[in-house]
Design a protein around this ligand. Sequence first.
Ligand SMILES: [Zn+2]
Length: 191
Amino acid sequence: MPASPADRETPPVCARWTAASPWPADRPPFAIILGCSDSRVPAELVFDQSLGDLFVIRVAGNIVAPSQVGSIEFAAERFGTPLVVVLGHSQCGAVCATLEELERPANSRSPNLSSIVDRIRPAVEPLLDTGHDRDRDELIARAVHANIRKATDQLRHGSAILERLIRERRLLVAGAHYSLETGLVEFLDGA
Ligand SMILES: [Zn+2]
């Protein structure tokens, strides 16, 4: 008697896709990168990695919004990838746009763009009252670092799944800064 459809073991669609792919299923991406969309900061080139090495999420200002968190949850759970790196960079246009918005609020800004600025704003707004705003380059550099630290903090505390993986020592969240001027990546202490 032929087996009924319910008796057959049907692998999930994604498992079939994995088996048919040219990349070994036992070599999952070893790091998840949440980076900026800036064309000068492609994660694979910055870290000198190849196809299959990194699970990359890119969004202007490397912000943490639900779709980014969901993507990281997916990779961490599905592939067991043990490292998340929030990769910010010098001269970040999204951070600069947020500073400009704070200094000269524009009513005509697109609500979609505002949704990005509004997620960067809490990290950089406190810097405007500390005297660092006198030096423009210094202010932007501090704002970029603050935005990286804010994103790592949100990832550590904004998802029950990620919190559990961190508690079980199966996931590490780190913050890093890429310098467009030097080409070097600096991992931030405590970020
Ligand atoms: Zn950027």
